[in-house]
Design a protein around this ligand. Sequence first.
Ligand SMILES: NC(=O)c1ccc[n+]([C@@H]2O[C@H](COP(=O)([O-])OP(=O)(O)OC[C@H]3O[C@@H](n4cnc5c(N)ncnc54)[C@H](OP(=O)(O)O)[C@@H]3O)[C@@H](O)[C@H]2O)c1
Length: 321
Amino acid sequence: MRAVRFHEHGGPEVLQVDDVDRPEPASDEVLVAVAAAGVNPVDTYFREGSYTPYGLPAIPGVDAAGEAVEVGADVDRIAAGDAVFATGLSSDRPGGYAEYVAVPEDRIAVLPDGADLTAAGGAGVASVTAWRALVDHGGLRPAETALIHGGSGGVGHVAVQVAAATGARVITTAAPQYHDRLEALGADAVFDYGRDDLADAVTDATGGDGVDVTLDHRLDDYLQFDADVAAAGGRVVGIGENDDEIGLARSSAARGKDLQVTLLSMFNTPRLADPLADVAALWAAGDLTVDVARTYPIVEAVEAQRDVMADSFLGKLVIEP
Ligand SMILES: NC(=O)c1ccc[n+]([C@@H]2O[C@H](COP(=O)([O-])OP(=O)(O)OC[C@H]3O[C@@H](n4cnc5c(N)ncnc54)[C@H](OP(=O)(O)O)[C@@H]3O)[C@@H](O)[C@H]2O)c1
């Protein structure tokens, strides 16, 4: 089969397409004929070597979706022919940028009838992270207000929908060209993240009460902001930063609100199949779509990984092997 691999760590140019053996699924695994594999920032961290992949040469791709073509004897939730999506790949085993991938049964779920496989390829990391952050870590409740920084991103645009599905009031930030789409996805208020008066705008949008749950993908930029706009009892869930130093400049105000700050890695999810199944249920109910901004053939993985870090887009970039 054809697979993208990197034989050494480095820039996007270390990615190449190789002919490799098709994987044989173990008894607790499902062999998926990959229709689509989402392109995530984390794929570039494995390629650069800031995260450690399972070995070299490595097949990247944390996400994959497609048809289950072989099912191990110990797997009873999934049958050959099912349309499935998976996440959590490429850290300890080969990833989804390939024609086939073997997936452990605890990292895969069946898609709703009629789900678009290209969109499903981009769903894994984005939707599981959004769900874990807002529901499991943030404990978002219907009468509360959520703030999603970067609502146009892969995680952000799903988080807007997950938050809206809980019934919470949803505030998000994004570049102006994405505001209409984010309102259509369920945001009650959308602000340009470049505004000088962003804190006032967010606070006003809460009626002065403050934000209950914040999903922050740039903690070094926004942790103090998050504390300043938080309600008493607010929760901040951090999923990323550009700089490791993310301290609070003014901690006493945050303490006065009993602010909780939680950091989350999707890879620590006890059983990825569970939030994937929750997401599939939301999708089946019509409460979730995954927007695909652009697709790439397997030979353009270099461009795809460049674009995911450098371009502005709404939703997901997806490789179709
Ligand atoms: N901890 C975890 O388990 C976990 C899981 C998933 C993702 N992450 C991390 O979370 C981050 C987002 O992931 P993603 O997949 O959603 O990436 P993405 O699709 O590239 O989205 C990033 C978003 O951030 C926006 N943005 C850029 N500058 C901003 C600013 N100053 N303020 C607010 N938003 C800004 C971008 O908008 P424009 O392009 O329009 O500027 C873009 O929409 C990445 O750092 C990723 O590594 C962590």
